[in-house]
Design a protein around this ligand. Structure first.
Ligand code: HEC
Length: 135
């Protein structure tokens, strides 16, 4: 009896397990999350952060960018081939940028620019339609 109750409870838990919901298209993730947050890091010098609030914005952008990599790995978004490895590259660089933001180290963020840009290009060359092959 107790076993049956347990099995029923377990089945109910599985049935209610929250599932991922893909809200944005790949293009929207790029334009609305990844592009603005990475731009904030690429062009950090344009409005060099000074106050605590400024640095909080840098942290927001770096963390959002790093975590957005996880969005690229969700079911329905992840693709075959080198997609996951390319995404990991972006996550790793953005994670370093987040740590640099926590340390309020603008130079470190600037030093990461090339690696960050390469992480975008690496994926785009393979997966972004029309990219790098002339329009
Ligand atoms: C793992 C793969 C991957 C990574 C990493 C990646 N992108 Fe993309 N990106 C794509 C794909 C796929 C598209 C094409 C989306 C579409 O049109 O459906 C795209 C398109 C774009 C677009 C054009 C969107 C449009 O519809 O006009 C921009 C802008 C962009 N990416 C910015 C970036 C930036 C900036 C980075 C790095 C910080 C980055 N992406 C990293 C896969 C990636």
């Amino acid at each position: 009896m107790r076993l049956i109750a347990f099995v029923l409870l377990a089945a109910a838990a599985v049935a209610q397990a929250p599932s991922y919901q893909n809200i944005g298209t790949m293009s929207q993730l790029m334009i609305n999350i990844i592009y603005p947050t990475s731009d904030a890091l690429f062009y950090i010098e344009r409005a060099a952060p000074k106050t605590e609030a400024d640095w909080n914005l840098v942290k927001n952008n770096a963390l959002t960018l790093a975590e957005s990599g996880n969005l690229l790995l969700m079911p329905g978004r992840v693709r075959e081939g080198e997609w996951a490895a390319d995404t990991k590259m972006m996550i790793d660089v953005a994670t370093l940028a987040f740590k640099a933001a926590q340390a309020k180290d603008m130079q470190k963020i600037l030093d990461l620019s090339e690696d960050l840009s390469n992480s975008c290009i690496k994926c785009h060359l393979k997966y972004r339609p029309g990219y790098g092959r002339g329009k």
